[in-house]
Design a protein around this ligand. Structure first.
Ligand SMILES: [Zn+2]
Length: 485
């Protein structure tokens, strides 16, 4: 009986998605052209919130103090099913869609060269389709749709979890763009701590009285040397990277302030923490050597993403049902041309799906969804809306993102997500099994927030860059906005 109701409800959801196919593509394209950096996704989140609200969801904006974060809820009783994803772009990643050479829409502007625009379209479309089907078929369940700002800086979701927004969630699913359907269980990605180290010294004329100055840039450089020596002694799978964000203004002024932004990574929360603790000591040493002081500010801290086996198996089944998109020869030709231009293996678009990875091989990359995956059973799945073998953040990874390749991939991703939500609503044993397997998978580990208790969202992040480019980007926005029916 459960299977029959799931089948009929899935057909209703697929019918809804098919009927709104053009609007879903337009949603994907609008967010592509908005090209908004993390923490500044104002156009993007307000469009997503409006669509969810117009279609019966109660929307809480400014979630955990993130102006572009939100939680949209629909339904009252039954399992609490969360979906969450990111929608931020990257700096200097503006790329004209459909053009197989590097060509910015606006030179130097931010843009989507990974496909978080497609993530957002999949999440909204699937939530609306699942809700419509749940209403029509009288299915129990409460959907919570989370909009997560600034994934590229790994910021928002640890705050959402710290603030209790996932306390009532039974299971969670996160869609992410890829070049084929894929899902895994076990440890998928790594823990990360993002922190600014700001050194304070004293300025002086570098030519006439350098002995009166205390050079903050020297401290940044000495910290770098210390970290380079430490790298040899880190545990395997731990790593760290940095950029110098402030290094002084001009050579004849001793810099009184200098700053370096570090990412510390490890296979577990504890491993990332131990790299961070060591880095703080190295920074203190650098400050001591240069007679400066150091201030450490954590921007974010995330647990490694893990996939729950029960949910991964559920999503994998939906891949098989939905199938890979049916690409045309023109779409395939564009993919081959881009693969050729990017100097990677030329094999066109993916027509199969990845075998389920379990246990997955843990990648050194991170995602801010990590904390959620230790709080509640979670699946993170990839849908085929970009070109195989091309690295994210490369100009060629932006070309397909507002073309039929992305449109077909988003539709397929939304089908999988909507079908998964409906299966969970129809089959109470899925939640029960997911909770059992989750308890086994996380045995002996208790989640804690790695964020300092008083930590606030970094509201200024990317503001200046976005304010500079937004007026130039606005003339490229699509004229119409999507409306679902
Ligand atoms: Zn991403």
């Amino acid at each position: 009986m459960e299977q029959n109701s799931a089948r009929a409800a899935k057909d209703s959801a697929f019918e809804y998605l098919g009927r709104n196919e053009n609007e879903i593509a337009l949603l994907n394209d609008c967010i592509f052209y908005f090209g908004e950096l993390g923490m500044q996704e104002h156009e993007t989140s307000s469009l997503m919130c409006r669509l969810l609200e117009e279609n019966g969801f109660d929307v809480i904006r400014n979630l955990s103090g993130f102006p572009t974060g939100f939680c949209a809820t629909w339904g009252s009783d039954g399992p609490v099913i969360a979906v969450h994803t990111e929608y931020d772009a990257n700096p200097d990643n503006s790329q004209m869609p459909g053009v197989s050479s590097p060509l910015a829409i606006v030179e130097g502007a931010p843009g989507h060269c990974e496909g978080h625009n497609a993530n957002a379209a999949v999440m909204v479309a699937a939530a609306l389709a699942a809700k419509a089907a749940m209403v029509k078929h009288g299915l129990p369940g409460r959907l919570k749709v989370f909009g997560a700002p600034a994934e590229e800086q790994l910021v928002s979701r640890p705050y959402f979890v710290r603030d209790g927004h996932f306390d009532d969630v039974d299971v969670a699913i996160a869609p992410h763009i890829g070049s084929q359907f894929g899902v895994g269980h076990g440890l998928i990605q790594s823990a990360l701590i993002s922190a600014y180290f700001t050194f304070h010294g004293e300025s002086a004329h570098a030519g006439s009285a350098p002995w009166k100055g205390r050079d903050a840039l020297d401290a940044v450089i000495l910290m770098d040397v210390g970290m380079a020596e430490y790298r040899e002694h880190m545990m395997p799978q731990s790593m760290c990277q940095r950029v110098i964000t402030q290094g002084g203004d001009q050579p004849n002024v001793i810099p009184k302030r200098a700053q370096v932004w570090w990412y510390f990574r490890g296979p577990s929360a504890d491993a990332a923490m131990s790299v961070f603790e060591r880095a703080k000591k190295i920074a203190e040493g650098a400050a001591l050597m240069t007679n400066t002081t150091v201030e450490v500010e954590v921007q974010s801290a995330v647990w490694p993403v893990r996939g729950n086996r029960t949910l991964a198996e559920l999503v994998q089944k939906q891949f098989q049902e939905v199938g890979a998109p049916d690409w045309t020869s023109e779409e395939d030709a564009l993919a081959r041309e881009l693969q050729e231009r990017a100097g990677v293996k030329v094999e066109g678009l993916a027509r199969d799906m990845a075998l389920m990875k379990g246990p997955a091989v843990q990648k050194p990359s991170s995602n801010d969804a990590g904390d959620i995956s230790w709080k509640t059973p979670m699946a993170k799945f990839y849908f085929p809306a970009n070109i195989p073998n091309i690295s994210f953040h490369h100009w060629a990874a932006g070309v397909a993102l507002a073309t039929p390749i992305a449109h077909k991939g988003v539709l397929a991703g939304a089908r999988v997500l909507a079908a998964s939500l409906i299966e969970i609503a129809c089959n109470p044993q899925i939640v029960r099994e997911a909770k059992l397997s989750f308890a086994e998978e996380t045995a002996g580990v208790t989640w804690f927030s790695m964020l300092p208790a008083e930590q606030k969202p970094p509201l200024e992040l990317n503001r200046a860059v976005m304010e500079k480019f937004r007026p130039l980007m606005q003339s490229h926005y699509p004229v119409r906005r999507p409306a679902f029916s």
